[in-house]
Design a protein around this ligand. Structure first.
Ligand SMILES: NC(=O)c1ccc[n+]([C@@H]2O[C@H](COP(=O)([O-])OP(=O)(O)OC[C@H]3O[C@@H](n4cnc5c(N)ncnc54)[C@H](OP(=O)(O)O)[C@@H]3O)[C@@H](O)[C@H]2O)c1
Length: 235
């Protein structure tokens, strides 16, 4: 039996990933910072609610204690993420981004990943087949944002893509440090969720595909990689 924790799984890609992994037979801990939203989502899916705010040390420590007491963890999916937008759902570009905005985005997308991974490492190290999936973004690809032919080139935001490039670096460094684990970054693709005001062009079913796939790789699968549904992406 595989036990899986998904952060930020009360809606969007995390919720769809939870639905699919419950169907695949995983015992799923559905992470939600809001108990009420999390309770509704977990009940709907037959998942276990774990209240977890990735920006809060005490919340993450308590969640790790709960999961440990219940028997441990095999798969961690760092999915919780934010993209700050301005009025009218506009992306905040270089002229308007502030240090405080950067800090807010990094607190969830970057420090949240490290906070949660660090807290759950001892549990993962006791698993026979530990897996970590970091939900990054194609906007974190330096190769894509510097290529005028790539759609990511036109994205004007600063904080969000910088945070996801950092997630990619974190993924590589953790993968090298823990060769017994499969640790990868994934790009779901531009998906209609609350994160982008539902402007995404894919469904959550399509977006969750690569997250679900990388959550199910075995010990002979890749590690330290960056993938979308079509295969490896350039950093
Ligand atoms: N949608 C896309 O096009 C796209 C593309 C590439 C990558 N991604 C990535 O995919 C991941 C999921 O995003 P989504 O599109 O599914 O967005 P979403 O529908 O807005 O879901 C984001 C989830 O993260 C949770 N969250 C935010 N801050 C949190 C915190 N401090 N602690 C715990 N949970 C927190 C949210 O909880 P609340 O309900 O409490 O706010 C929500 O459950 C993110 O990492 C995002 O960057 C999305």
């Amino acid at each position: 039996m595989t036990t899986t924790l998904i952060t930020g799984a009360n809606k969007g890609l995390g919720f769809e990933t939870a639905r699919r992994l419950v169907a695949a037979g995983h015992t799923v801990y559905l992470g939600s910072r809001d108990p009420e939203r999390g309770h509704r989502a977990a009940e709907q899916l037959g998942a276990r609610l774990v209240v977890l705010d990735v920006t809060d040390d005490a919340s993450v420590a308590a969640a790790a204690k709960t999961v440990e007491a219940d028997g441990g963890l095999d798969v961690l999916i760092n999915n919780a993420g934010v993209e700050q937008r301005g009025a009218g759902n506009t992306v905040i570009g270089a002229a308007d981004v502030t240090a405080a905005m950067m800090r807010d985005v990094f607190e969830t997308n970057v420090f949240g990943v490290v906070r949660v991974t660090h807290a759950f490492l001892p549990l993962l190290q006791r698993s026979a087949a530990p897996v970590v999936v970091n939900v990054s973004s194609g906007l974190g690809s330096m190769a894509h944002v510097t290529d005028p032919a790539a759609p990511a080139y036109a994205y004007p935001g600063v904080a969000y893509p910088a945070s996801k490039t950092t997630v990619n670096m974190i993924t590589v460094q953790y993968a090298k440090a823990f060769p017994a684990m499969r640790i990868n970054a994934v790009e779901p693709g531009y998906t209609a969720t609350d994160l982008n005001g539902r402007t995404g062009t894919q469904t959550v079913e399509e977006g969750a595909e690569i997250i679900v796939r990388m959550a199910q790789i075995g010990p002979d699968g890749p590690t330290g990689g960056y993938f979308d549904a079509e295969g490896p992406l350039p950093w």
